[in-house]
Design a protein around this ligand. Structure first.
Ligand code: EAX
Length: 333
């Protein structure tokens, strides 16, 4: 090897190493890790308010180490598909109702019992307490990370056929339900024909008359413009619908405690922002829906509905036992 050749090789090697170091430095300063967050509702919904809060909080706490990309409107699929995505790591964070969650974490079915909670205060208090935390923890046994309880709202019935103020008015209607055994059992008791369906298909199914009605909180009815395909809304408030902020164990199990803490804080900020938006829509949503042309029955006597769906409790406890239900009832909320 000649001296000249050796020098050139050395200087080339140094130049290469320097370029690599500069490149790596620039990369670590720039390359935030992408966090894909999905939900089924529109970008004007209470879930999007929660997704924005999650993004803002995680990016701020992590100093830009993570970048959250929001995928609203079911762009990553329905809620069941997204929960499966969390388990296999194709989605990182999901805001979802408990609709399909019991299929994965049966302990959460207790929350889907009709008329379990009397009002928002009681539901939020229960989810923020020991029972709620236990349910979040148990998600870890089913390849999911329970980050926080958020909110969808009390569900009400809409349909395109007739005003509903009693279970007998609802009898015979074909109603889209979530893919949830407890909800389906309750609606069967009421005499309606439950048709389980993923949320992204619901608008078209109503438009085409595949089903007569559906049930969802004011929040969802507003965000999805259901007034375009449904004339009648009855404030049945037949069940409280929680939402959960869930993470993928594939992402979260690889993080440090500090990083995981940022995700938990972001999820709590998301839940808080969502609950505020739910409360706002509870105050203002009905007037908006009337303006859009829906007839709204606010004077619904809940007692006959409550009576009609009572057997759903027995069906639930026969299959899942009464431990969780007893704990919800025994809580101080
Ligand atoms: O979570 O499926 C439903 O009706 C849900 O309420 C909706 O996807 C929001």
């Amino acid at each position: 090897m000649t001296a000249t050749f050796a020098r050139r090789t050395l200087s080339t090697a140094i130049a290469g190493a320097t370029a690599a170091a500069v490149g790596l430095g620039a990369l670590s300063a720039q390359a935030a890790q992408t966090v894909n967050l999905g939900h089924t509702l529109s970008d004007s919904s209470h879930y999007s308010v929660g997704a924005d809060a999650f993004k803002e909080t995680l990016e701020r706490l992590s100093g830009g180490e993570f970048e959250v990309v929001e995928h609203p409107s079911g762009a990553l699929g329905g809620e069941r598909a997204m929960i499966e995505g969390l388990q296999i790591g194709t989605v990182d964070v999901v805001i979802t109702s408990t609709g399909p969650l019991g299929n994965f974490v049966p302990e959460t079915y207790v929350l889907d019992l009709p008329f379990l909670f009397a009002d928002y205060e009681q539901a939020r208090c229960t989810l923020d307490g020991e029972v709620g935390q236990d349910l979040l923890d148990r998600m870890g046994e089913h390849d999911l990370v329970g980050l926080a309880w958020s909110e969808n709202g009390f569900r009400h019935m809409t349909n395109g056929k007739r005003p509903v103020t009693s279970p007998s008015d609802a009898e015979g209607l074909k109603v889209r339900t979530m893919e949830n055994k407890v909800h389906m059992a309750a609606f069967e008791q009421m005499g309606v024909h439950p048709t389980p369906m993923a949320f992204p298909e619901v608008f078209t199914a109503l438009q085409q008359g595949t089903v007569d009605g559906q049930e969802n909180p004011i929040t969802v009815i507003v965000a999805t413009k259901f007034w375009e395909v449904q004339d009648h809304l009855s404030l049945t408030g037949h069940v409280y619908s929680p939402a959960a902020v869930l993470g993928s164990p594939i992402l979260l199990d690889g993080l440090s405690d500090e990083q995981r803490g940022w995700f938990e804080q972001a999820a709590r900020a998301s839940a808080e922002a969502t609950r505020e938006e739910v409360s706002r829509l509870e105050r203002e949503g009905v007037a908006l829906l009337r303006e859009k042309g829906m007839t709204v029955k606010t004077d619904v006597d809940k007692a006959p509905f409550q009576e009609a769906v009572k057997p759903a409790y027995q069906i639930y406890t026969d299959q899942y036992g009464s431990e969780m239900l007893d704990r919800v009832r025994a809580s101080d909320c």
